[in-house]
Design a protein around this ligand. Structure first.
Ligand code: PEP
Length: 254
């Protein structure tokens, strides 16, 4: 840990419509009492976002985020949603650069950077996802890939906006695969990201939350979150189950 409050994100991907989102919130809220010492954010599919915001109305400690927004402010982009629409629907946070968007939808560094710009101007706090493929890691390119993905976004931002970021380190080979980075590997990658940030904002980089994502489960969350520089978790599969996600959100952090 280095940031003030650990951050727990639940990325539902293409799971749960409005009814299931409401049912999840009720089940999760029963298992997760409000706590001021951590940030908990659920990222439902956009179509379930208003339902989840409504269901969480009496639980302000459970925040809601959007999984993706378009890089333009508005226009002829069938099927897309803008950052300002997401904000209007109640999203306080927004993912950008998730590896599934990079791989399936061609989000390159330039587009990811523009999405972060749109989120910030709409008042939605960005969670920038970065991470290497297994091929890149095996070729010794971890540092280069993280540097490229972080710099593409950070170089466009003001110092103030740089401090607003949450960065999710998500090794692509660990997402949805059941393989988790070792706590030491995660901590080492977080340190690389923090050094890149420090080149821009100096000591303020210490306070930027850098969270880990990739097959986080109740059984491994505690070990990962006590590593130095690991400030929380972005959870995919295990966040679909209210009990599992509540148990991850309850882990004792360093
Ligand atoms: C993710 O989608 O960001 C993720 C980390 O997924 P999973 O936990 O299923 O690996």
């Amino acid at each position: 840990m280095s940031a003030a409050r650990p951050f727990f994100g639940g990325n539902w991907k293409m799971h749960k419509g409005p009814d299931e989102a409401r049912a999840f919130l009720h089940a999760f809220a029963e298992r997760h009492p409000p706590r001021e010492d951590r940030t908990v954010v659920l990222f439902p599919p956009a179509i379930a976002l208003p339902a989840l915001v409504g269901a969480a109305a009496d639980r302000p400690d459970v925040e809601v985020g959007v999984q993706d927004v378009h890089q333009e402010r508005e226009g002829a982009h069938t099927g897309a949603i803008s950052a300002s629409m997401a904000a209007e629907a109640g999203a306080r946070w927004g993912l950008a650069g998730h590896s599934e968007r990079r791989r399936e939808f061609g989000d390159d560094d330039e587009r990811v950077a523009r999405k972060v710009d749109r989120l910030l101007e709409a008042g939605v706090a960005p969670v920038l996802c970065v991470g290497e493929t297994l091929e890149q890691r095996d070729a010794g390119r971890l540092q280069e890939v993280l540097h490229r993905q972080v710099s593409a976004v950070v170089e466009r931002l003001s110092d103030r906006d740089r401090r607003e970021l949450v960065i999710a380190y998500e090794p692509v080979w660990a997402i949805g695969t059941g393989r988790t980075a070792s706590p030491e590997d995660a901590a080492a990658a977080h340190e690389l990201v923090r050094k890149d940030l420090a080149a821009w904002i100096g000591d303020a980089a210490e306070a930027v939350p850098i969270i880990y994502g990739g097959s986080v489960k109740p059984a491994n969350a505690g070990e990962l979150l006590t590593m130095p520089g690991v400030d929380g978790a972005l959870v995919g599969g295990a966040s679909l189950d209210p009990e599992a996600f509540a148990s991850i959100c309850a882990v004792v952090t360093a």
